[in-house]
Design a protein around this ligand. Structure first.
Ligand code: NAP
Length: 247
């Protein structure tokens, strides 16, 4: 099995690459600004006896997408995990303060970029009569948080894309799902412990997920273990209740 994981150089994507490789899958990860981080993940996988390589892909620069997929070759599974986080920190400006250019940039990268990515991998999956696609989303879109909502809006567009694709590609053996992360402790960004404790207390399992927890969900959705689950929006247990992000 060959898997393409965008944003595999960091956080949830890196954990997912390691988890897939441990199942025996060959993985290709993409990076944007961090070739060294990506090389580090490839090295870790190889040291464990797995097969991995890294290619450059920038969701903001659409011209990089088809060449990255061509360099990757046919894949059995795609994990659309990479994200342009955006230039508007939560709470920094009111809704009316977001420039049109930022709305456009977020949709250009996170929505249109992922659509082009799927367009690039689909023909080979259709020819093979088998495929798995997993979009990585965020509870922020569904729950709603105070603020401009650009990131959440872009994530919700992926839910619509996945629902449509499930119908569009299902007849060719391709299953498409969304893995919705809540606040996930990846070690990449530090969060105040008080915030982590407060959010954990609002989750059903009273704990926040790690990158490895998310990776396990993604690997299940994006492998043969998932026999016929498609078009679903699967929320990881790290998703706190509604308004939990109203910090
Ligand atoms: N961590 C959380 O709490 C959390 C919560 C909800 C949802 N999520 C979602 O989970 C996914 C992974 O999040 P994470 O926390 O693991 O993120 P992360 O550690 O910040 O990693 C982001 C990845 O995306 C890549 N990337 C950034 N800009 C890109 C671009 N323009 N084009 C292509 N790739 C780009 C980065 O590559 P380089 O480093 O090489 O630039 C990196 O590999 C995202 O879709 C995110 O929205 C995360």
């Amino acid at each position: 099995m060959h898997v393409l994981i965008t944003g595999g150089s960091s956080g949830i994507g890196a954990a997912t690459a390691l988890a897939y490789a441990r199942t025996g899958a060959r993985v290709t990860i993409t990076y944007n600004s961090g070739p060294d981080r990506a090389a580090g993940i490839v090295k870790r996988i190889e040291e464990e006896g797995g097969q991995a390589r890294a290619v450059h892909l920038d969701l903001e620069d659409h011209a990089t997408i088809a060449p990255a997929v061509a360099e990757t070759g046919p894949v059995d599974a795609l994990v659309a995990n990479a994200v342009r986080w955006g230039n508007i920190p939560p709470g920094s400006v009111p809704f009316e303060g977001v420039p049109a250019a930022e709305w456009s940039a977020m949709m250009h990268a996170n929505v249109v970029g992922n659509a082009l990515l799927v367009q690039a991998v689909l023909p080979a999956m259709r020819r093979a009569g088998w495929g798995r696609i997993v979009f990585v989303s965020s509870g922020i879109g569904e729950e709603g948080v105070p603020g401009p909502g650009v990131y959440g809006t872009a994530k919700m567009a992926l839910h619509g894309m996945a629902r449509a694709l499930a119908w569009e590609a299902g007849g060719d053996g391709i299953l498409v799902n969304v893995a919705v992360a809540g606040l996930t402790v990846t070690g990449v960004r530090p969060f105040p412990q008080e915030l982590l404790d407060r959010l954990a207390a609002r989750t059903p399992s009273r704990r926040l997920s790690t990158a490895d927890d998310m990776a396990a969900l993604i690997v299940f959705l994006g492998s043969a273990a998932n026999r016929n689950l498609t078009g679903e929006i699967i929320r990881d247990g790290s998703n706190a209740g509604r308004s939990a992000h109203a910090l």
